[in-house]
Write a protein that binds this ligand. Structure first.
Ligand SMILES: [Zn+2]
Length: 589
């Protein structure tokens, strides 16, 4: 191995990629999957033949202390912890002679004269015709001449998004490729060619929106690309001065928002929405508002033809855009009318309160959903003189809601106001809605400040018993150090739970280990039996840890001899399970 590169060890490779990637990488290495390997200074590059038809590109940069950085073009290769990186490093470790030495690419290109560079580029285009359309986009950017060749850009986008195979990772790879295309627009931005840049992003966005229904994607990776197009278009709009060009860009941004609304809200339009509201003149906003008005009328005209919920959502979304566009010019009545028209009832309530029309606000609030009412109350509460009203509005739902967020907010307010009765009632409501240890503890903390907590507590425990909520009962009793009651309740839980639950068992045993060691050891032992019965190495390792806890208790009690007998007979009982014996050895048992 050359002296100027640090040695890499198998252990270092294993630490970098993790165990599963390491063993799979070793198979790749043995099968000779790494080829075309070269080294540029501290950087190793190679192709790796993986499961896909085309090989993955793998790159690792080493440092004096090991791997500094790595990446791979495979679907899980971000960060460079995949099996292909492992295979590359193993190849470097065992066969450094496979790696051609080469000076960094940029340096070699600088050394070429112009004719040679042209020949090289021509060759590359012959080899990969895809590059031709890319170069067509780059030339106007770099020379300041010519316009965007929209047709070739369209073809390029379609070569990426059409016919994405239905296999895992394929859509991520295609989206990554498209993201790279979008990034090329930054060359136009850097050259100050905002109009060309806007056309560039506009074409990509248009094709994506038009073809979206036919694209196969995993979880919104193309929506993200579309959102980026909106972001870049917004940046272009902020720089453009020509009114005609601005109108074209604004139209495109509006189409993106409208598309997203019509699709039911993918969230691809946040940047476009922002640009329409923030980077436009009042006249331009009025123009967009007219388009929105038409869309609203269209939605209303369609009436009941379309499904109720999504129609209502679209009305609200368009209405929201309208309100944002006109917020500086609308008077109260026009605002209320617009909110009503677009089904934005919660904005109606907030504005009525601000106008001092409180009784009306109260009536209108009745038709809000629980969550909407919470939003409204929180907004109203921001104004100190309206805080009483905010509490009153939200309290109307305290007894009927199933939304813990409402109770959480009411509790916070009751605490703020020092309202002991309200606190107790709300804490009880929350426990009944979601009975768990945390909501019990919160209730107890409030209840103990009153005189009658012991009576209330007895009722709670009796009711949990009647419901057979043994697990929660055990947790509460352990929390209150009522160990013997907890052990009894745990016994009932054991009868009821037919299978598994060893995590809970271990938690209970841990809680009992100090105060009731005998019971704790019995529970540990039962969990050990369950784990061993799973016949899996990780379960064996866990079982060994529990045996250690039994050992510690016995030694603390001065019963080392009992422990010796116990572990000996345990090993004897399972002598046919070598993996278990191995885990016991590892744990030093
Ligand atoms: Zn990889």
């Amino acid at each position: 191995m050359p002296d100027n590169l640090p040695r890499i060890t198998e252990r270092a490779i294993q630490n970098w990629v993790g165990e599963p990637s390491f063993s799979r990488g070793r198979r790749y290495f043995r099968n000779g999957a790494i080829f075309d390997a070269r080294r540029e200074g501290m950087t190793l590059k190679a192709l790796c033949q993986g499961s896909a038809a085309a090989p993955y590109r793998v790159r690792v940069t080493l440092s004096s202390s090991g791997v500094a950085d790595a990446e791979c073009s495979c679907p899980v290769g971000a960060g460079g912890h995949c099996k292909h990186v492992a295979a590359l490093l193993l190849t470097w470790l065992h066969h450094p002679e496979y790696f051609r030495e080469a000076p960094p690419l940029a340096q070699r290109l600088r050394d070429l004269d112009k004719d040679a560079l042209i020949k090289l580029i021509q060759r590359m285009i012959d080899h990969n015709p895809e590059l031709e359309t890319a170069v067509e986009v780059w030339i106007p950017a770099m020379t300041g001449q010519g316009t965007i060749d929209a047709e070739s850009l369209r073809r390029r986008v379609h070569r990426i998004i059409d016919h994405i195979p239905y296999e895992w990772g394929a859509s991520y790879a295609a989206a990554a490729e498209l993201r790279e295309v979008v990034k090329e627009g930054e060359m136009l931005e850097d050259a100050g060619r905002w109009w060309e840049a806007a056309q560039f992003y506009g074409v990509i966005a248009e094709e994506l929106m038009e073809s979206y229904g036919n694209i196969y994607e995993e979880e919104g990776e193309f929506i993200e690309v579309l959102s980026t197009c909106g972001e870049r278009l917004g940046l272009c709009l902020a720089e453009l001065r020509d009114p005609g060009q601005r109108e074209v860009v604004i139209r495109r941004l509006y189409e993106m928002v409208a598309w997203d609304i019509d699709q039911g809200g993918y969230g691809a339009d946040e940047w476009a929405h922002f640009a329409l509201v923030e980077d436009t003149t009042p006249e331009e906003r009025a123009m967009v508002a007219e388009w929105v008005q038409k869309a609203l009328e269209e939605e209303k005209r369609k009436g009941t033809e379309t499904e109720g919920f999504s129609r209502q959502w679209r009305l609200q979304a368009y209405g929201g855009l309208m309100i944002d566009l006109l917020k500086d010019v609308l008077d109260d009545e026009a605002y209320l009318e617009l909110c009503r028209e677009s089904g934005r009832q919660k904005d109606v309530v907030v504005r009525l309160v601000q106008m001092g029309r409180v009784d009306e606000a109260r009536r209108e609030a009745a038709s809000l959903s629980d969550y909407e009412l919470l939003m409204v109350a929180q907004q109203i509460d921001k104004e100190p003189r309206r805080r009483k009203l905010a509490r009153e509005l939200l309290s109307m739902r305290a007894d009927s809601t199933n939304d813990t967020r409402i109770l959480g907010q009411l509790l916070a307010w009751a605490r703020e106001d020092g309202d002991a009765d309200a606190l107790f009632r709300l804490a009880q409501r929350r426990f009944e809605m979601r009975p768990d240890l945390a909501s019990y503890q919160a209730w107890r903390e409030i209840g103990r400040q009153r005189g009658d907590w012991e009576t209330v507590r007895a009722e709670i425990l009796r009711s949990l018993e009647q419901q057979g909520a043994w697990r929660l009962l055990v947790e509460i009793l352990l929390d209150e150090k009522a160990y013997d009651d907890a052990i009894a309740a745990f016994g009932s839980w054991r009868q009821q739970a037919s299978w598994g639950g060893h995590h809970f068992m271990v938690r209970v045993a841990d809680a009992l280990a100090e105060a009731r060691p005998q019971a704790a050891m019995e529970i540990y032992a039962e969990a050990v039996e369950q784990l061993v019965a799973q016949r899996k190495r990780p379960s064996y390792a866990e079982a060994a840890q529990l045996l250690k806890r039994i050992r510690d208790i016995l030694i603390r009690q001065g019963n080392a001899r009992i422990w010796d007998d116990l572990i000996a007979s345990f090993r004897q009982q399972y002598k046919r399970l070598p993996a278990l014996q191995d885990e016991l050895n590892r744990a030093g048992l």
